[in-house]
Design a protein around this ligand. Structure first.
Ligand SMILES: CC(C)(COP(=O)(O)OP(=O)(O)OC[C@H]1O[C@@H](n2cnc3c(N)ncnc32)[C@H](O)[C@@H]1OP(=O)(O)O)[C@@H](O)C(=O)NCCC(=O)NCCS
Length: 159
């Protein structure tokens, strides 16, 4: 089930963060808390019987959206959970008024790049040393412009 995340999910989200990324690449609890407190953000979790299996967060600013973070627990990957979360975020972004969704991803994160390309994200630009010396970013973008009624119908299943 995909639902809006609550602050009570924070400890489970931090566990996903710690399992998925080396220390230098992790978001802090403060960064995650900020996702919960800003009105322009949407944090969604995928749960199974109370277990948080994945999380996504992003924001919409006028007509453009950003995906900030997506994590699926290692044991749950390649089961469509990431797809469900990103579908839901893209539907929300479209419904909220975004025509385009952008994101930055480490240029060496092949699984994530494969995942985003499977949604039709296209490589937009390359940012050398974006994450620090020798750690580059790709900027990816996808259009989500669609009739608003369709976006509303598609996002209805998100609780
Ligand atoms: C990227 C990530 C969220 C994908 O989640 P997931 O639940 O495994 O993805 P899905 O099962 O929904 O995959 C959907 C499609 O994406 C593509 N995809 C997913 N993982 C892939 C991989 N490792 N390599 C290539 N393509 C991949 C495939 O086309 C897949 O469809 P298929 O399984 O039918 O072939 C997950 O690998 C993850 O949490 N990675 C660590 C955190 C991270 O790097 N996040 C992104 C930066 S913030």
């Amino acid at each position: 089930m995909i639902r809006t995340a609550q602050p009570a999910d924070l400890s489970a989200i931090m566990a996903l963060e710690e399992a998925a990324f080396p220390e230098a690449e992790r978001w802090s609890e403060t960064s995650w808390r900020e996702e919960f407190t800003q009105a322009d953000r949407r944090v969604l979790v995928d749960t199974d019987g109370g277990e948080v299996r994945g999380v996504i967060t992003g924001r919409v600013v006028i007509d453009a959206a950003d995906v900030h973070r997506i994590i699926v627990s290692k044991q749950s990957r390649r089961n469509g959970i990431g797809r469900g979360l990103l579908d839901a975020l893209l539907a929300w972004a479209s419904q909220t008024g975004a025509d385009q969704v952008l994101l930055e991803v480490r240029a060496d994160n092949e699984p994530a790049i494969g995942f985003y390309h499977s949604f039709g994200f296209q490589n937009l630009s390359f940012r050398a040393d974006y994450y620090g010396s020798g750690s580059d970013a790709l900027v990816l973008a996808v259009s989500v412009a669609m009739p608003r009624e369709f976006a509303a119908a598609e996002s209805r299943w998100v609780q």
